[in-house]
Design a protein around this ligand. Structure first.
Ligand code: SF4
Length: 351
């Protein structure tokens, strides 16, 4: 499931022990200094002023600090920022800054080039899958955003790709960003979002790290869900529900169930009842996201009235539910829209 052999292409994706080995450093504290410099924003060895000059010169000819670069910056008037990040092999991914009503800044990062999950309502699903990102390519999305907009509060693995299929690199990214000697981000501020990969949910519950979990449920109708989210075939709803229950019990955390709402598709009272049945006895919160338009896809965004009515139906059934604000639509940076500006080089045909 995870790709533990996915070695980082740059120092940004290594912890101090790994750096010591890969750089052949004779003093372990030098790796800790480099690690600290990178999380503090150093982007060249010449910035690392407490390293001896001869070591800095040596390092210049070895592994790079970053393996990616920002090739495009798009800004939505609502404050959303989308970066196109070019990878060393010619591929590219997108990463997004979301700012909520309280001004908290969240990095929405990609974990794969494209995505193999083929959700029917998602732009990334259309471009197919090329490869997993390594930890440096994920960490750098966070750092690129911080370089562009300042210090971030949260990170969500909700961009391009299914993070549970790249759990090794996700775990490493979490370890790097939460290390007290580096960026020191709290685990409570990290969320991994899955389309419903049961093995990944169970692995997170049993082996950690203890971060927050979101599951893109969308509908609890098994036939409709299989049509909208092919992942349902190998990960059926009863087993998904059991994995979420196991995660809640093991971690004590509340899980967010995400639902992308499409007009006339999954907004009926029956749909609300099915979600209520699915959620019964689980420590969950439902987050509704009005579907963000993608011209090539045969769906429509629900009206404000339809969305509100569905929210009220869920509330009447006793569910804790909220509506996510529409953000980043004008730059293709909203949920499900990522990937329009990039193509995967392996190029599986759109599904
Ligand atoms: S919604 Fe998420 S899991 Fe589904 S195709 Fe898009 S990126 Fe992949």
């Amino acid at each position: 499931m995870s790709d533990e052999s996915n070695a980082p292409r740059a120092l940004s994706g290594m912890n101090p022990d790994e750096m010591t080995g890969r750089l052949n450093l004779d003093k372990a504290f030098r790796a800790r200094q480099i690690y600290r410099w990178i999380s503090d924003g150093a982007r060249s060895f010449s910035d690392m002023t407490n390293l001896p000059a001869n070591l800095r010169n040596e390092l210049e000819s070895g592994l790079p600090i970053f393996s990616t670069s920002v090739s495009r910056v798009l800004r939505d008037p609502d404050g959303t920022v989308k970066l196109q990040v070019s990878l060393g092999d010619g591929n590219a991914v997108e990463t997004v800054l979301l700012t909520d009503a309280e001004g908290r800044k969240t990095a929405c990062v990609s974990s794969q080039v494209g995505c193999p999950m083929a959700c029917a309502f998602c732009q990334t699903g259309r471009i197919g899958y090329s490869r997993n990102l390594d930890a440096s390519e994920i960490v750098e999305q966070f750092y690129h955003l911080e370089d562009s907009v300042g210090r971030l509060d949260n990170i969500v693995f909700m961009g391009m790709g299914e993070p549970m299929l790249n759990l090794g690199a996700v775990r490493k990214t979490v370890a790097i960003l939460t290390d007290a000697n580096g960026r020191g981000l709290s685990r409570r501020r990290i969320t991994v979002s899955t389309a419903g990969v049961i093995e990944g949910i169970r692995s997170l519950a049993d082996e950690g790290p203890d971060i927050r979990l979101a599951v893109s449920l969308t509908t609890a109708d098994p036939v409709l869900r299989e049509r909208l989210m092919p992942v349902t075939r190998a990960n059926p709803l009863p087993a998904l529900r059991e994995a979420i229950r196991h995660y809640c019990e093991k971690t004590g955390n509340r899980v967010t169930l995400e639902a992308a709402l499409m007009a006339g598709i999954n907004t009926s009272d029956d749909e609300a009842r099915r979600i209520a049945d699915f959620s019964a006895g689980l420590n969950v919160h439902v987050n509704l996201i009005p579907w963000n338009p993608i011209p090539e896809l045969p769906f429509e965004s629900p009206s404000a009235r339809e969305t509100e009515a569905f929210l009220r139906s869920l509330e009447k059934l006793g569910l804790n539910a909220t509506l996510r604000m529409k953000r980043g639509r004008t730059i293709g940076g909203a949920c499900g829209q990522l990937g329009a500006s990039v193509t995967s080089s392996a190029g599986n045909p759109p599904r």
